[in-house]
Design a protein around this ligand. Structure first.
Ligand code: NDP
Ligand code: 8X3
Length: 249
């Protein structure tokens, strides 16, 4: 039977590449994000893989619940959830931080992940079957200068991934955490609020990870046999050794 994956933040970067990688191994897909036209373009690219598009903001719990409730019968049984939507907003010392950015990061990266998980868990618990991949970050395991609230939001993802793994174990639902280092996506453009020059510098002087590199690993994780659970993975570019340690030419 065809397995179904639900990918949040499929309109860009890691989420988009993950959708492509899962389609390649036979999943049908629920693709979600706020930018509908991006999702439509991806669905066209993935054809003939069956896709269903949901447009919502992960911060809006009512919208998440309504979107999940609207799933047509053929897409209601979710086998794999990839909690990927989120990002960083700003990079400033804590005393100069923007509370609106703090709200966005905590509400998207932490509460958004909870909102989507809670909406999909009733189906998984009823079937006693499911696999959740939470996209954390090296920033959830190391704190770096000016990263404060983004690092805290990803530290929360790390804690929640472990907590969910424990709580959901009796229900045969696996929960794993994938922690990328620097991946060249729209991440830095969002963090630096459209300053493309500053964003580009993050990836200069070395060969950064591409979203497809993370997607490859997720594809591998969700296609392991039942006796194998890859619970936590950290992925760096070849030139990266720690959150802020990158060998640049
Ligand atoms: P992108 O900015 O390219 O993609 C982010 C995705 O998240 C988009 O599809 C965006 O869709 C979606 N998204 C963001 N906020 C919301 C929201 N409130 N509601 C719904 N969807 C939302 O960045 P990445 O692909 O790099 O980021 C994906 C994940 O990977 C994030 O959780 C990020 O923190 C994490 N990560 C990234 C790293 C990197 O170096 N790039 C490293 C480590 C972790 P839309 O705007 O259409 O809603
Ligand atoms: C994204 C990686 O190091 O910029 O989570 O925080 S980092």
């Amino acid at each position: 039977m065809t397995r179904t994956a639900f990918v949040t933040g499929a309109s860009s970067g890691i989420g988009r590449a993950t959708a492509v990688a899962l389609a390649q191994v036979g999943f049908q897909l629920v693709l979600t994000g706020r930018r509908r036209e991006r999702l439509e373009e991806l669905a066209q690219q993935l054809a003939p893989t069956p896709t269903h598009l949901l447009t919502f903001d992960v911060r809006d719990r009512a919208a998440v619940d309504a979107a999940v409730a609207s799933l047509p019968a053929a897409f209601q049984q979710i086998d794999v959830l990839v909690n990927n939507a989120g990002g960083a907003h700003g990079l400033a010392p804590i005393q100069e931080g923007n509370p609106d950015d703090w709200d966005t990061m905590l509400d998207s990266n932490v509460k958004g992940l909870l909102n989507v998980s809670q909406a999909l868990l009733p189906g998984m618990t009823q079937r006693r079957q499911g696999h959740i991949i939470n996209i954390g970050s090296i920033a959830g395991h190391e704190v770096y200068a000016n990263g404060n609230v983004y690092c805290a939001s990803k530290a929360a993802v790390a804690a929640l991934s472990k907590a969910m793994r424990i709580d959901l174990l009796p229900l045969n639902i696996r929960v794993a955490e994938v922690n990328p280092g620097a991946v060249e996506t729209e991440f830095s453009q969002v963090r630096f609020k459209g300053d493309t020059e500053r964003a580009a510098k993050v990836y200069q002087g070395y060969d950064p990870l591409k979203p497809e590199d993370i997607a490859d690993v997720i594809q591998f994780m969700v296609t392991r046999p039942a006796n194998v659970h890859i619970a936590e993975v950290t992925i760096f570019a070849g030139a990266q050794g720690a959150a802020t340690l990158i060998n640049r030419t």
